[in-house]
Write a protein that binds this ligand. Structure first.
Ligand code: SF4
Length: 157
């Protein structure tokens, strides 16, 4: 089966700070599945490295993304979300594994927009759009849940 994956989880240094977020259990999925890498922020046209960005959750504006210099980068995030979801749909991905807390990829937790390290319930723009278009999303700590969803026994690692 094909699974869309935040490519920073596979070791690509595409995070805002030029680092990756390698996760062995995510990479291990590639032994049995075809992983379709996505990085919505790069696909949306943002450079690496880039200023950190947060959804304006604390301000009650969950559709708006500002970077740490208070520049509105929502358009890049929206474009990246569209590109990533289109690719996942074109590739017939049955699910996605996305990096938690990212303003693009976070599935249930994101930073609140105050750049204070405060995490709140919410999802990134790409994770939301994946769900809206019918692609189930999991974060990197939910590989067991993903395998259960796919009808496979979770492996330990
Ligand atoms: Fe990783 Fe997603 Fe951020 Fe790209 S946008 S670096 S894939 S968390």
């Amino acid at each position: 089966m094909r699974i869309a994956v935040s490519v920073c989880l596979l070791g690509e240094p595409c995070r805002y700070d030029g680092q990756s977020a390698s996760c062995a259990s995510v990479a291990q999925l590639g032994e049995e599945h075809i992983l379709v890498p996505v990085c919505p922020e790069v696909m949306g046209g943002l450079p690496t490295p880039r200023d950190p960005s947060e959804i304006q959750m604390a301000a009650g504006r969950p559709e708006e993304v500002l970077n740490a210099r208070r520049l509105d980068v929502t358009a890049w995030f929206r474009k990246g979300a569209e590109e990533a979801v289109s690719l996942a749909l074109d590739q017939e991905c049955v699910a996605a594994v996305l990096k938690q807390r990212s303003p693009s990829c976070g599935t249930s937790l994101v930073y609140d927009g105050t750049f204070s390290g405060t995490v709140v319930a919410g999802a990134g723009l790409t994770a939301r759009l994946m769900r809206e278009r019918g692609i189930p999303v999991f974060d990197e700590s939910q590989i067991g849940d993903l395998l259960s969803f796919l009808g496979q026994e979770p492996s330990t690692c």
